[in-house]
Design a protein around this ligand. Structure first.
Ligand code: MOS
Length: 699
């Protein structure tokens, strides 16, 4: 158990420290790094989904005025490590998915680079490809682990026996779509190779972790990590897609190394982001539930089928929430993958929990209907005393309180449970609920240094602010840990020159970096008391902070949605979303609210709008731009409210905080699907819910 910090600055809704710079346009993002006389790179992409490059005619591109270099597998440098085949760009002629980089053009202007890229003629020995995920594939395989290292299968008790003997059972299949991260700022790098410098390679890269990016790039090029610097003060969104470098970062560095002393800028185009920046795999989820007539679960099972690429495995941990969410004497959760000729899937906001709370939370709604039990009540009846997965106690779990508080705020009571029973003119109206969950984790590796300089406390840590608020909340934590006013604290982040920080992923940033800052502050106070000398300095590591292993820690939440469906056209509107979360102590209500409602809005987008349409004949996402890939926009969002409980958790960390970047998206899509069913009586089990899936069955 940790001693919780006395909150003074913590809990205040301070405005973003980086806000003014962003509004004025003076915050330099990766592509805008302050370099002299840059060159510009453009990627040439494979136009077949599988095969080998047999030749590349670069003569027309090279002849173009302003072209500085054209790299292909024939002349690109040999990388020191080609073990990660997503990153082993231009190392062989192998093509494993449509859109894979097969060349790179560097030119004086971005326009010339783009024109020249179109002049490179690549010939292929094309082979038949296979890009179709189906549940009846015979080549589905069991991955050794699922992201980031969980057991692939988890079985307790006897699900089949429970299904055979329980009075009420359900056996349904749900699917989630392929989704692409589309942060406002595309993946972008400015790279400089200066062979004479002590640190020859500098990358201004849009990344969720400067140190992890440095480590990957150093490994790929066979450079000592000290010879690479990664700088990233601002990120225009990442959602996991910038959690580790993709091929574009290696290509930018490669281009810089081909032009020593000349900075090179490389940004993915919006279309390229649909093949080179990762994506959320589509999932097929077979759900089974068994219950007694009072709604107590006797079995919960989820068997997931999803895809990965042939060159690099990513196994989304979709079955995880079913392992721990509800009490049940028997449970089963498995994952099987199809390795296809498709781009490499990766992290997208709440990998695992986000798709993995869709099937279970819609299935519970269906079960509630079968039982005639209110869906809020059904969830509360299945609250487990301890974590069903490990048997260990929760550090805190307030799901039932979130459900009750949400029901009260939303006006759930008195809801007519019958579907398609409420009509308002041309509109059918209904409400739905689902639960949400996300693990509260932290990494042991992160170091912070605090220095007293010119009357100010300056903390340095190589953390990343994806737009989430790290620039603002890390000073709040530091100030309370030092016992000084937050106005006297500066925090510097986003540079490998600062002490090592873990990646901003898995909603671990605040917990991990905050823990390092708290330890550094303790060292600082032990050393200097209340009157530090100018230049006085102390460091601390997150790993030195007390870590509680006796408890299991998750954030929980309840999502409520209202849906309206036009009876004649099937048009769907979601006038209200309301979430109540229990996520420990909220460090900054202003930036936290933005995370919750951002996640919920992304969940609305997942439910109704987003879908990457893979044409298996072409092996390509055919709607690969923001004209065809619709992301929920202002007109789609009416009211999104996020609330939270004052949850005290003394076990998670000294701040008492749980991660909040991802939980907002979890459960939202299920709540909306459940509301649409309540409105219409139509149960859609395949995301996204588009009007064609409703129209024929509307009352
Ligand atoms: Mo998040 S998908 O863990 O960056």
């Amino acid at each position: 158990m940790t001693g919780l910090l006395e909150p003074r600055a913590i809990g205040q809704g301070l405005a973003r420290r980086d806000g003014a710079r962003k509004v004025r346009g003076t915050a330099a993002y990766a592509y805008e790094a302050p370099v002299e006389h840059p060159a510009y790179a453009q990627i040439v992409q494979a136009t077949v989904a599988r095969g080998r490059v047999t030749g590349a005619d670069t003569s027309r591109a090279e002849a173009l005025d302003g072209v500085l270099a054209v790299l292909t597998a024939g002349n690109a440098e040999r990388l020191a490590s080609a073990g990660d085949r997503e990153l082993a760009v231009l190392q062989s002629g192998e093509v494993a998915f449509r859109g894979q980089p097969v060349g790179l053009v560097v030119a004086e202007t971005p326009e010339t680079a783009r024109q020249a890229a179109g002049l490179v003629r690549v010939s292929y020995d094309e082979r038949p490809h296979d890009a179709e995920l189906r549940a009846d594939r015979e080549d589905l395989y069991k991955p050794e682990r699922v992201n980031p290292g969980y057991e692939t299968d988890f079985v307790r008790g006897d699900v089949a026996a429970a299904m055979a003997s329980a009075p009420v059972t359900l056996d349904r299949t749900y699917t989630t779509a392929m989704y692409h991260n589309n942060p406002l700022e595309p993946h972008a790098t400015t790279a400089l190779w200066d062979p004479a410098a002590d640190v020859p390679l500098t990358l201004w890269d849009s990344t969720q972790g400067v140190h992890s990016a440095r480590s990957v790039v150093a490994g790929v090029f066979g450079l000592a990590e000290e010879r690479v610097r990664v700088v990233c003060p601002f990120v225009g969104g990442g959602f996991g897609s910038k959690g580790l470098p993709h091929a574009n970062v290696v290509l930018a560095a490669m281009a810089a190394r081909a032009l020593p002393g000349r900075p090179v800028k490389l940004a993915l185009t919006r279309q390229q982001m649909f093949s080179l920046a990762g994506y959320r795999t589509p999932t097929i989820q077979r759900m089974r539930l068994a219950a007694d007539r009072d709604g107590h679960l006797a079995a919960i099972a989820i068997d997931v089928i999803e895809q990965t690429s042939r060159i690099k495995e990513f196994a989304e941990q979709t079955g995880l929430p079913a392992r721990m969410m509800y009490a049940s004497p028997s449970r089963r959760s498995t994952h099987r993958l199809a390795a296809l000729d498709v781009p490499v899937p990766s992290w997208m906001r709440a990998p695992g929990e986000c798709p993995g709370m869709f099937g279970p939370e819609v299935a519970l709604d269906e079960l509630a209907g079968q039982l005639g039990i209110d869906p809020v009540e059904l969830r509360i009846r299945n609250e487990p005393e301890a974590d069903p997965e490990t048997g260990r106690p929760w550090s805190s779990r307030h799901l039932a309180e979130c459900l009750r508080e949400g029901a009260r705020r939303f006006g759930w009571h008195g809801r007519d449970p019958r579907p398609a029973a409420r009509r308002d003119g041309d509109w059918l109206a209904g409400t739905g609920v689902a639960a949400s969950v996300y693990p509260a984790r932290r990494f042991p590796q992160s170091t912070a240094t605090i220095r007293f300089s010119g009357g100010r406390y300056v903390a340095e840590i190589g953390a990343a602010d994806l737009g989430t608020g790290a620039w603002t909340i890390l000073p709040q934590i530091t100030a309370d840990a030092l016992g000084v006013p937050v106005e006297d604290v500066d925090v510097r982040i986003g540079d490998t020159r600062y002490p090592f920080a873990s990646v901003a992923g898995g909603s671990t940033g605040t917990s991990t970096w905050g823990s390092a800052l708290v330890v550094a502050a303790r060292e600082f106070r032990d050393k200097f008391g209340g009157s530090p000398p100018d230049g006085g300095e102390a460091s601390g590591e997150a790993g030195q902070a007390e870590q509680d292993d006796a408890h299991v820690s998750y954030a929980f939440g309840a999502q409520f949605a209202e849906a309206r469906v036009r009876a004649d056209t099937g048009e769907i509107r979601v006038p209200r979303l309301l979430g109540v979360f229990a996520a420990g102590r909220i460090i900054n209500p202003r930036t936290a609210r933005s995370q919750f409602i951002g996640g919920m809005t992304m969940g609305l987008s997942m439910a109704l709008h987003e879908t990457s349409v893979m044409d298996p004949r072409a092996g390509q996402v055919v709607n690969h731009d923001l004209a065809g890939y619709h992301i929920t926009a202002n007109a789609d969002v009416t009211s999104v409210e996020a609330h939270w409980l004052d949850e005290e958790d003394p076990y998670v960390n000294a701040m008492g905080s749980k991660g909040i970047g991802e939980i907002g998206i979890v459960g939202t899509a299920a709540a909306i699907v459940n509301a649409i069913h309540h409105a219409t009586g139509v149960r859609v089990r395949d995301l996204p819910v588009t009007l064609d899936k409703l129209l024929a069955a509307l009352p």
